[in-house]
Design a protein around this ligand. Structure first.
Ligand code: CP
Length: 310
């Protein structure tokens, strides 16, 4: 039962519960018009303490396409946060007005804290370098729709594997399915954190390798998940400048890949994927962004307990 629950960590839901969300998202994709009034009279609050394009707009579009309404801020200084109001008091207040809240915050654990003082479902829309569970839902729906399976896949994750919260969440999520293999492609400085290696991959006996050169492994991959080197997570600008162009995916590299490999990216990109790649049939990152809206429509309905035929 998902009604009334929070979504803070991608592992908060069982694979069975995820299947319920994906199954509803697929029904919405098939006949969106049937759901146009599903959330009529419901209000979504978007509390974004950090910039966003996809997550905020896709949540807002999702609620509006379900017939609901949206309030919120994308610039915390336009709210009483600027006067020093705590997360605890902000969410208690928002709970008086809205039916469901989405929060992005630069501090790890902020949405979890909000959920402890909220009387409405809170969805983590990204907390620092920690987790981004609805990006994981987006990624999983994309894989389901475009690869048709969650198991027996070789998944390459490339770029900033240290600070990339979408990478950590996706590794955790895909580790729950059978016989997946990970190829972790990054500079030494941006390798996945120890806890992912030890507590997720090693603990579950999952096969993985860590490499530095994308071109040497691209031919093995079923999925290539590119990520941005995130300037905002570096303490040292010099280090960022040295690493920022570590990987640039161009057609020369894509031509070495399997014909049915899919290229994913949570976006935004800076220059890690050449624009020429966008025209290749393997480039799926804008489709992925669209799946993100559909899966958020399904998530909102499930957390609000809205019936499919409402
Ligand atoms: N993928 C993602 O989280 O994008 P935004 O930062 O634009 O929301």
């Amino acid at each position: 039962m998902l009604k009334g629950r929070h979504l803070i960590d991608p592992m908060d839901f069982t694979t069975y519960e995820l299947d319920e969300i994906f199954s509803l998202a697929e029904k919405i994709i098939e006949d969106e018009d049937r759901f146009k009034d599903a959330c009529r009279g419901k209000l979504l609050a978007t509390l974004f303490y950090e910039p966003s394009t996809r997550t905020r707009f896709s949540f807002e579009a999702a609620m509006l396409r379900l017939g609901g309404s949206v309030i919120g801020f994308s610039e915390p200084n336009s709210s009483s946060v600027a006067k020093g109001e705590s997360i605890r008091d902000t969410i208690r207040t928002i709970s008086c007005y809205a039916d469901i809240a989405v929060m992005r915050h630069p501090k790890e654990g902020a949405p979890k804290l909000a959920s402890m003082y909220s009387s409405i479902p809170v969805i983590n829309a990204g907390d620092g370098g920690h987790q981004h569970p609805t990006q994981t839902l987006t990624d999983l729906l994309t894989i389901k729709c475009l690869k048709g399976q969650f198991s027996n896949l070789t998944i390459g994750l490339c770029g900033d594997l240290k600070f990339g919260r979408t990478v950590h969440s996706l590794i955790k999520a895909m580790s729950r399915y059978e016989n997946n293999r990970f190829i972790l492609i990054s500079p030494k400085e941006l390798r996945v954190p120890d806890y992912i290696r030890k507590e997720v991959l090693d603990k579950k006996g999952i096969e993985y390798v860590e490499v530095e050169k994308l071109e040497e492994v691209i031919g093995e991959l079923d999925i290539l998940y590119m990520t941005r080197i995130q300037r905002e997570r570096f303490f040292n600008e010099e280090e960022y400048l040295r690493l920022k162009d570590s990987y640039i995916l161009d057609m020369e590299k894509v031509n070495r890949a399997k014909e049915d490999m899919i290229i994913m990216h949570p976006l935004p990109r800076v220059n890690e994927i050449d624009y020429e790649v966008d025209e290749d049939k393997r480039a799926c990152y804008f489709k992925q962004a669209k799946y993100g809206m559909y899966v958020r429509m399904a998530l909102i309905m499930k957390l609000l307990g809205v019936e499919e035929n409402a």
